[in-house]
Ligand binder design. Structure first.
Ligand code: FCB
Length: 449
């Protein structure tokens, strides 16, 4: 395992995050195959305003401008994802040279700007051709993912050292296979369990491929971690909150980092488990990628196959336009829990918030609520660090406004405002705040770890 790139004295790393389907656009260009999100976003009524990622932020053509803005604002690391169907339009077999060439140009531009590339292999855009063969519910998908990983590792491993296997596996499996609202739009507990297990197998196998192919690789996965609380304190809601906690917070890091499925999932998983599976899933990682936005409030409900649904936060808790409760103390709580449970260095790979940003006549975007959110959440992170939690870096979601899944373009998470009709980029006040934060952190060497 490589520890030199995240040694005990490494300076704290400040970055920004995005993902392929949410920003790239160019959905039908240069040989890209279809992904499950191309399909899903075309089902009427699934996405707000029936938006799609066809054009998104047109980052495929404007990546130079986006990288230049990161450089101008002093960003140290950029976490992006590679679109599997751009590299392998059918998900396996033929490799699309034009797709590989795009990420060559992007990675070279990132490096030339003095920024560290963090490459995520899977941020939800599964090739549709694989979905047509069962996608993650098919055990072979673990192998397809590992083979795709091999291509990416072989091609970019000379320049990229930080790889994440999957982004938020709990979110894309729960909403894609049990709770509704995300591609591929299946609602079935058995399918959910299969998908969870095959994503875990894919992760472990991909880690082995990355280790074999990339010198000095620094590897992890990106988990979405949120305290799950009963919305009101009844025995039924407590059970629902514990159930969601197992699926949401533990179903991936427990087998990947401890070699076990947590109760109550462990028993349910038996039919899908072959004898060496847990060994294959439990491969050494170098860091724990932690995404966090808010806590979950949970109620018992028979409207989903898991017997639970989302309830309301207490009335006095402020919310973002997504309706997500703003509670920085929950961030400190989950950082502490994941540090104690897994003992790996943590990188906060996503944190941020959506607000109804609008440019004002002075040509600026004064997004005070986002600045307050980021201040409160970074303060909570510093508190956790002061109490001994090993946090090595923090990435804001997102570099720029983008396609927010089922909310389409109606939610704006960016440090940069995107005027979609013209594709003009306008750095928000929060990006200036973030740049000052980076400068201060570098100058004072606080926080360092
Ligand atoms: C996370 C996703 C990311 C983005 C943010 C707001 O769950 O990883 O793609 O949508 O939420």
């Amino acid at each position: 395992m490589n520890t030199s790139s995240a040694s005990a004295k490494a300076p704290f790393l400040w970055g920004v995050s995005t993902s392929s389907y949410q920003i790239e656009g160019a959905a039908h260009e240069d040989g890209r195959g279809l992904s499950i999100w191309d399909t899903y976003s075309r089902i009427p009524g699934k996405i707000k305003n029936n938006d799609t990622g066809d054009v998104a932020c047109d980052h495929y053509h404007r990546y130079r401008e986006d990288v230049a803005l990161m450089q101008e604002f002093g960003v140290q690391a950029y976490r992006f994802s590679v679109a599997w169907p751009r590299i392998m339009p059918e998900g396996r077999g033929a490799i699309n040279k034009a797709g590989l060439a795009f990420y060559d140009r992007l990675i070279d531009a990132i490096l030339a700007a003095g920024i560290e590339p963090w490459l995520c292999l899977y941020h939800w855009d599964l090739p549709q051709a694989l979905q047509d063969n069962g996608g993650w519910t098919n055990r072979d998908c673990a192998q397809w993912f590992a083979d795709y990983t091999d291509v990416v590792a072989q091609h970019y491993g000379d320049r990229v050292k930080r790889f994440a296997t999957v982004n938020e596996p709990s979110v894309f499996t729960l909403f894609g296979f049990a709770l509704g609202g995300q591609a591929p739009g299946i609602v079935d507990r058995g399918m959910l369990l299969r998908a969870i297990h095959h994503v875990n197998l894919g992760h472990g196998t991909a880690i082995d491929r990355l280790r074999a192919r990339v010198n000095n690789a620094s590897l992890g996965a990106v988990y979405n971690c949120q305290p799950c609380r009963p919305a009101t304190d009844t025995p039924e809601n407590r059970v629902a909150a514990e159930t969601l906690d197992a699926y949401w917070n533990l179903a991936f890091p427990d087998p990947q980092l401890r070699g076990v499925y947590p109760p109550p999932i462990a028993d349910l998983m038996t039919p899908y488990l072959k004898s060496d599976d847990l060994k294959q899933i439990n491969r050494p990682a170098d860091w724990f990628g932690l995404n966090h936005y808010s806590p979950n409030y949970v109620v018992a409900s028979d409207k989903t196959p898991l017997g639970l649904w989302f309830g309301d936060a207490p009335a006095n808790v402020p919310r973002s336009t997504m309706g997500w409760p703003v509670e920085p103390a929950a961030f400190r709580e989950i950082l502490t829990r994941m540090h104690k449970r897994y003992g790996l260095p943590i990188y906060v790979t996503e944190n941020g918030t959506a607000y109804a940003d609008k440019p004002t006549p002075d040509g600026k975007v004064h997004d005070e609520p986002r600045i307050s959110y980021l201040k409160a959440y970074t303060a909570a992170m510093y508190e956790a660090m002061a109490a001994g939690v090993d946090v090595r870096g923090y990435f804001v979601w997102a570099l720029l406004d983008n396609f927010e899944w089922s909310s389409g373009y109606s939610e704006r998470f960016g440090l940069i405002y995107v005027d979609y009709p013209t594709q003009r980029r306008l750095p928000k006040d929060s990006f200036h705040w973030f740049a000052d934060q980076i400068t201060a952190s570098r100058a004072s060497s606080v926080p360092t770890v």
